[in-house]
Structure formats: structure tokens, C-alpha cells
Ligand binder design. Structure first.
Ligand SMILES: Cc1cc2nc3c(=O)[nH]c(=O)nc-3n(C[C@H](O)[C@H](O)[C@H](O)COP(=O)(O)OP(=O)(O)OC[C@H]3O[C@@H](n4cnc5c(N)ncnc54)[C@H](O)[C@@H]3O)c2cc1C
Length: 483
């Protein structure tokens, strides 16, 4: 049986020695730190759902590689049905977590790596693909969680890589040995890596001749020697550190979307885990294929799940606060539904129209146009959803006292009267739901959604690259009898 129980997952993460920091201090135990704990809980849930009879069909499948039931987050799509199942699993995961899926980036890296190593072996006679398949089988057999790392700090945006002040602003090979490579540099904004077993690393961008040392893809254990994690830190992190009852927070168990920068200080990668090394003409293909897969994930799945949380909170507040008959609120609720279902439709369309990429490789990827449109659509749709939810939630979304005041004998009665709004629901329910809305509308999610899977300009560039205006031009010419 390839599937781990949630408890086995947690146990399997113990014993790793991580070099990890947050807010200027070393984290001695990621299981105890209230912020890093949320990533463990989120990944743990994906193990639970793969075993739960109610969600097993969504969250698991049978592996064509090892013939056993595996977690959906280790399965590379082999058909349009797989892509649709992947989209549904993404919505389900995000809806139930209300935070980052975490395991999706690694999975989308697998898609890019399968396709591109296959192509490299065909064209260059390398053995990257068999290495990668052996690795993937090992991941599946051991039911491992895998994060994905592409984003790099990079140097000044108007300078070429060779002109950056430091050669390590992108990850680079610093030594080639008989048994592997040594890499040095940084990856930034990486979701949940310290609470995964492995990290799949791809280049961030296309590489040119002369940049061979930067043309690398590999897998590395999250506790490899030479890795240092510096975690994100913000007001929501601080708030979580202060509370002794997570149910006062906007997303109690699973928290905000946690990322970290990762320092690679002369990290050794054995050849059997290296899937690309020096073939500059293929770096861009890794990136483009990752983006093609990941934009459906970000545009058409996780934000759908996030919007379900927003919609649920708005509807509850509408009911708790006696606004079910307010026409403009009902209109805003319908607008929210339209935003969510448009996002879902884009994801499903990208999956449905997906195709084998490259032909013969066996990997299915979402439709390029619909995937990019998916992500671009959600960038604005999510801000719009935040705006509507902010209106429905009222100023309390940002002015609310702590839910803890309900336990403070000196003000408890005032709070109950004041924020109960005379409702049957009572202040506690109203405040908790409003707190959830604060997390979604007055926090990190607008910018996070905008940039995750690449800033909008990247999608626009891709859309203009694949745009084909010929059919549209022909329509007009035909109608107007223009030769
Ligand atoms: C919540 C969250 C989770 C994430 N998780 C992961 C993860 O797990 N793994 C991972 O690899 N990445 C992850 N990312 C990173 C994400 O993919 C990047 O943030 C995104 O690609 C934008 O890159 P950047 O942050 O460096 O912003 P920039 O690239 O600095 O973008 C800022 C602005 O500068 C513009 N710009 C950038 N370069 C140029 C240029 N050369 N010329 C002109 N304009 C330019 C952009 O279009 C944009 O308008 C995550 C990001 C977020 C927000």
C-alpha cells in the first residue's frame, strides 16, 4: 500500500535537521512553531483525504507506474480525464484547507520534468527521463510530499544574468563531480518546502548559451546539507505567535499561505537526481511547461476553493445580520458566484481542451490559451471578490476587537451586546466569521493571487505569443468580400 496515514506522514517528517529561521530567530521545532505547524497540518490533510472513503476518488488514483493507489498529488496526468480529476482535486483541497495547496507546485514540476526529460532523451540521447521516472516511482511508493522551487531573486531586471552583481541571484552549478553536481544560490517565495520531504527544483527562466551553469533541474531532500530556510513573516504570523487559542484566528488550523526563501549553500545533488544540466535550449521548455500546468492550478482550482470560503462567510454574515432581503447584497452574492464559477469554468475548459505535450511523451497538459486566461482572469476576479466581500462584511472586517474579548469579564457583556447586533447568532459566531473574512479580504491574498504562478504580464506575453488572429481576420474578409 503506497498511501501513508496522516500520522505516518507527520512521523516521517520528524528527525530531519532543518536550518530554519523566522523573525530573526532559529526555529528549533517546526512541529511546535505555530506558523510552520500550519503547513504540516495542511499537508497532513492531503494524506487523510486520500484515505478517507468520502474523498478517496478525488484525492487518489491508481499509478500506471507502480500499479498501486497513490495520492493525486504524485500523479502525472496521462489524459484529459486525469486533468479534469486534477482540477477537481485542486478545488477540493483549496476549499477545505482555505490556504495554499502546497503539494501542487511539486506536482506541476513533475509534469514539466516528465515532458522535457522525455524530449531531451529523444533528441539528445541523454538518460534524464529514465532517471526522472525512477525518482517519481520512488516518490509514489513512499507517498512523499514534494514542494516546487523555480522563483529566484534575480538581479536588476534591466540587466542580463552575466551583468548581475552576484552570480548567485539565480541557482547555479559551482562544481561538477563524478557522482553529482554542487549548486549554490537562492530560490524565493517557495511554498511549504520545509514541511515536504523533497523539493523539485527547476530553472526560473530561459537560459542562453554562456548560461549553462544555470540550466539545471533536480530533486533534493528538504533536509539536505547546505540548505537554509528563511520564512516569511508578517502581521498574521505575529498574531498566530501570540494566541493561545487558534480559533480566534481567520484560518485556525491551516493558516495563511506560508513560503520561505531557500539558500542553497554548496548543496550536493547526486547525478541520479539531476534531470537537466547545461542544455540551455531546454531550460525554457521546463519553465513554459510548468507554467502551462500551474496556471490552470492557480487560476482555475485553488482560487475557486478560496472563493468558496469567501462566499460561505458572506452568506453567513448576510443571514446572521438580517440582510437576506437586501437587494444589493443579494446582487453582490450572485456576482461572487459568477466570479467563482467563471474561474472554475476556465480551469475545467483548460483541462478539457488539454493535450499531450510533447506528442508521444504521455504527459497531458492544460490548454495553453485557456490556462493562461484562467490565471489572468482570476487576478482581477479575486480583487473583485475581495471588494464585494468587504462591502458585505462591513467595516467590522478591519475594526473588529479580538475574539478574546469574549473571555474578558470587564468587556465581555459589551462585546456580546454590541457585536451580537441583536441577532440569534450572537457575537461569537459573527466575530469568528468576520475574522475569516478579514483573512481573505484585508490580508495577503490579493497580491498573493496576483503574483502566484507569475505576474499577469507573463500570461499576457504567452497569450500574445500563441494568439492566432488569422481565423478572425478571415471571418471579416469573407463577410466583406475582401480578397
Ligand atoms: C503566495 C505565493 C506563493 C508562491 N509559491 C511559489 C512556489 O511554491 N514556488 C515558486 O517557485 N514560486 C512561488 N511563488 C513565486 C511566484 O511565482 C512569483 O512571485 C512570481 O513569479 C512573480 O515573481 P516575483 O515575485 O519575483 O516578482 P517580479 O518578477 O519582481 O514582479 C514584479 C513586477 O515586475 C515586473 N517584471 C519582472 N521582471 C521584469 C523584467 N525583466 N522587465 C520588466 N518588468 C519585469 C513584473 O511583470 C511585475 O509587474 C509564490 C508567490 C506567491 C505570492
Amino acid at each position: 500500500m503506497a498511501l501513508k496515514t496522516p500520522e505516518q506522514f507527520e512521523e516521517s517528517l520528524r528527525g530531519r535537521k532543518l536550518n530554519i529561521f523566522m523573525n530573526g530567530e532559529r526555529i528549533t521545532d517546526i512541529f511546535d512553531n505555530p506558523n510552520t505547524r500550519t503547513v504540516i497540518e495542511s499537508n497532513k490533510a492531503s494524506y487523510k483525504w486520500a484515505l478517507d472513503p468520502e474523498s478517496q476518488e478525488i484525492m487518489s488514483t491508481i499509478s500506471p507506474l507502480i500499479g498501486e493507489r497513490i495520492n493525486r498529488y504524485t500523479h502525472v496526468c496521462q489524459s484529459n480525464e486525469d486533468l479534469l480529476a486534477k482540477a477537481n482535486a485542486g478545488c477540493f483541497t483549496a476549499e477545505n484547507l482555505g490556504t495554499c495547496i502546497y503539494r501542487c507546485v511539486g506536482l506541476d514540476c513533475f509534469h514539466a520534468a516528465w515532458a522535457t526529460t522525455w524530449e531531451m532523451d529523444q533528441k539528445l540521447g541523454t538518460d534524464y527521463h529514465s532517471r526522472f521516472l525512477e525518482y517519481l516511482k520512488w516518490v509514489q511508493k513512499n507517498d512523499l510530499s514534494v514542494a516546487g522551487a523555480l522563483t529566484e531573486p534575480r538581479g536588476l531586471r534591466d540587466k542580463k544574468l552575466k551583468d548581475w552583481t552576484s552570480p548567485y541571484l539565480a541557482l547555479k552549478v559551482v562544481e561538477k563531480k563524478s557522482d553529482g553536481i554542487v549548486v549554490k544560490g537562492y530560490k524565493i517565495n517557495i511554498s511549504g518546502a520545509y514541511a515536504s520531504h523533497e523539493i523539485m527544483v527547476l530553472p526560473q527562466g530561459t537560459r542562453r548559451p554562456g548560461e549553462e551553469d544555470y540550466a539545471i533541474a533536480f530533486a533534493v531532500p528538504s533536509d539536505a546539507e547546505g540548505l537554509t530556510y528563511v520564512c516569511q513573516y508578517n502581521a498574521f504570523s505575529a498574531e498566530r505567535m501570540l494566541t493561545d487559542d487558534i480559533y480566534e484566528l481567520g484560518n485556525p488550523l491551516f493558516g495563511q499561505r506560508e513560503t520561505s526563501m531557500i539558500v542553497f549553500n554548496n548543496v550536493f545533488i547526486p547525478w541520479e537526481r539531476v534531470f537537466h544540466c547545461g542544455e540551455v535550449e531546454y531550460s525554457g521548455k521546463f519553465v513554459a511547461r510548468f507554467a502551462r500546468t500551474h496556471r490552470m492550478t492557480c487560476g482555475g482550482t485553488c482560487k475557486v476553493g478560496f472563493m468558496s470560503n469567501i462566499i460561505g462567510a458572506c452568506r453567513l454574515l448576510q443571514e446572521y445580520k438580517g440582510m437576506t432581503k437586501a437587494p444589493h447584497i443579494n446582487d453582490e452574492m450572485v456576482q461572487l458566484l459568477i466570479l467563482r464559477e467563471t474561474a472554475r469554468a476556465c480551469g475545467l475548459a483548460a483541462a478539457n481542451l488539454g493535450s499531450e505535450e510533447p506528442p508521444g511523451s504521455g504527459v497531458y497538459m492544460p490548454d495553453e490559451m485557456m490556462g493562461n486566461v484562467s490565471k489572468l482572469n482570476v487576478c482581477s476576479a479575486f480583487w473583485k471578490a475581495m471588494e464585494l466581500a468587504g462591502d458585505i462584511g462591513g467595516g467590522l472586517v478591519v475594526t473588529m476587537p479580538s475574539v478574546r474579548e469574549l473571555k474578558n469579564p470587564e468587556v465581555k457583556d459589551y462585546i456580546e451586546e454590541c457585536y451580537g447586533f441583536g441577532s440569534d447568532a450572537g457575537a461569537e459566531k459573527i466575530m469568528k466569521v468576520t475574522k475569516l473574512l478579514q483573512n481573505w479580504t484585508a490580508g495577503l491574498h490579493g497580491v498573493g493571487t496576483w503574483h502566484g504562478a507569475g505576474p499577469p504580464q507573463a500570461q499576457k506575453i504567452m497569450i500574445s505569443r500563441i494568439a492566432d488572429y488569422e481565423a478572425d481576420k478571415e471571418l471579416v474578409k469573407k463577410k466583406m468580400n475582401i480578397s
